[in-house]
Design a protein around this ligand. Structure first.
Ligand SMILES: Cc1ncc(COP(=O)(O)O)c(C=O)c1O
Length: 421
């Protein structure tokens, strides 16, 4: 698309946008009686207006039915977690036997490393990004320690080349090949949280599998942001949270994907709980764990229904909007923002965009790095009605989200940013 640097051009794009009505389905926080320019859906997505109704429905059932709510007619709590499966399948490209809403991201990561990190004398190394999200680093380091390895012995960290901010696929693949016989697990983000880089998930998976390792992804910044085909790509496992692009509320329920070739394998090691036991026998209170032959066999506890209710509200919107259409708009929206930022004068402390230029290597987020005064610029932005996020030492992350951000938001943001600079 050929972009123009004007408010009227942005408004014209909004008028033509087939997804523009979805914005009305969200509560947009206010600044001086106007909608804020909310560019922080990569951190916490906005509240769908129907979330309250769906949560209230379950509160109502609880008040009227008490424990009988587990088996009420509409959406019994006993199987409430199944409701999320169709939408999660579309978002991840996994089947209903492969996707599950449960727990939280880091908890799920630990649970799946219990299964997919089984070090042997020769195959014991884990590969992650050097700049992986701290919680993932802590989880991986503690798993290594738990198995008696130090990070020096067993952790491989992927670093960008000197002078570069993002990782090259060829470098990731050659490091996988180099460490092949010793590699137990490759664990990367789908979209890198700091730089916004979308990794080549199928390419990395293929290389990791060829090397004989398990391959897993942290999809916190990928799910709901870019289309995924985890089953087809042969990814072994993935985990995610639902409070970012999935708009399911602070601390909302997480999720996991386990490829069916593993999910059906009841012999795989795991930490077990009663909710992972065969559903029809669950209340027989028998001894001897029998795993459900799917990702559901990794469940531990009965589901958090109130959290799943707001998840359901958000997933219903995704099902209507459809991830393929959202991606199309997202590429235009982020492309427009990039175009406007490129118009800044070099003498204006122009931010450097760390995120790859190629739309196929990024989602909606752009990470802007400032040579000087980044924090002050960010604080100024906040006082001017923009909500974005600051990451030390010098980066402002901005994410125009196609479900509720407009081209006008993007135009106004760059206009205000220029003033702040
Ligand atoms: C990439 C990534 N991984 C992991 C986490 C941790 O998620 P949780 O606190 O839900 O375990 C986050 C949180 O923002 C994240 O951005």
């Amino acid at each position: 698309m050929v972009y123009q640097n004007s408010l009227s051009f942005a408004q014209k794009l909004d008028k033509k946008d087939p997804l523009r009505e979805f914005r009305r389905q969200f509560h947009i926080p206010k600044f001086k009686d106007q909608d804020v320019i909310y560019l922080c859906g990569n951190s916490l997505g906005l509240q769908p207006k129907i979330a309250k109704d769906l949560i209230n429905e379950e509160l109502q059932s609880w008040s009227e039915l008490g424990v009988e709510g587990h088996f009420k007619e509409k959406n019994p709590w006993y199987g409430y977690h199944h409701l999320a499966k169709p939408a999660l399948s579309k978002l991840t490209g996994g089947t209903a036997e492969e996707v599950l809403a449960c727990n939280s991201l880091t908890t799920n990561l630990h649970l799946l490393m219990v299964t997919f990190y089984q070090p042997t004398k020769n195959r014991y190394k884990i590969m992650i990004e050097a700049g992986a999200f701290p919680s993932d680093q802590y989880a991986v380091e503690s798993q290594l320690n738990y198995h008696g390895f130090s990070t020096d012995q067993a952790l491989i960290r992927l670093e960008p080349r000197t002078g570069e901010s993002t990782l090259r696929t060829e470098d990731i693949i050659s490091l996988i090949e180099e460490n092949g016989p010793n590699l137990a697990l490759v664990l990367l983000g789908g979209v890198q949280y700091y730089t916004g880089q979308l990794f080549d998930i199928p390419g990395i998976t293929k290389a990791g599998k060829k090397a004989g390792a398990y391959v897993g992804f942290d999809l916190a910044h990928a799910i709901g942001n870019v289309p995924l085909h985890l089953h087809e790509w042969g990814v072994d496992f993935a985990v995610w949270c639902s409070y970012k692009y999935l708009n399911s509320g602070p601390g909302g329920v997480g999720g996991m994907f386990i490829h069916f070739k593993h999910g059906k394998n009841q012999k795989l090691k795991r930490f077990a709980g009663w909710w992972g036991h065969h559903e029809e026998e669950r209340f027989l209170m028998k001894k001897g764990f029998q795993a459900i032959p799917s990702v559901d066999g990794w469940q531990l506890s009965n589901a958090n229904v109130l959290s799943l209710a707001s998840h359901q509200a958000a997933l219903e919107i995704f099902s209507k909007a459809r991830i393929s259409r959202l991606r199309e708009k997202s590429i235009q929206l982020t492309g427009f923002m990039e175009f406007l930022l490129e118009q800044f004068d070099e003498s204006e402390n122009k931010p450097e965009i760390l995120t790859p230029k190629d739309p196929q290597q990024r989602g909606c987020q752009l990470s802007l790095s400032f040579n000087r005064g980044g924090k002050q610029i960010f604080e100024h932005m906040e006082r001017s009605g923009i909500i974005a996020d600051w990451r030390e030492p010098n980066v402002i992350r901005v994410a125009p989200v196609p479900l509720y951000n407009s081209f006008e938001d993007v135009y106004k943001f760059t206009h205000i940013l220029r003033n702040c600079i």
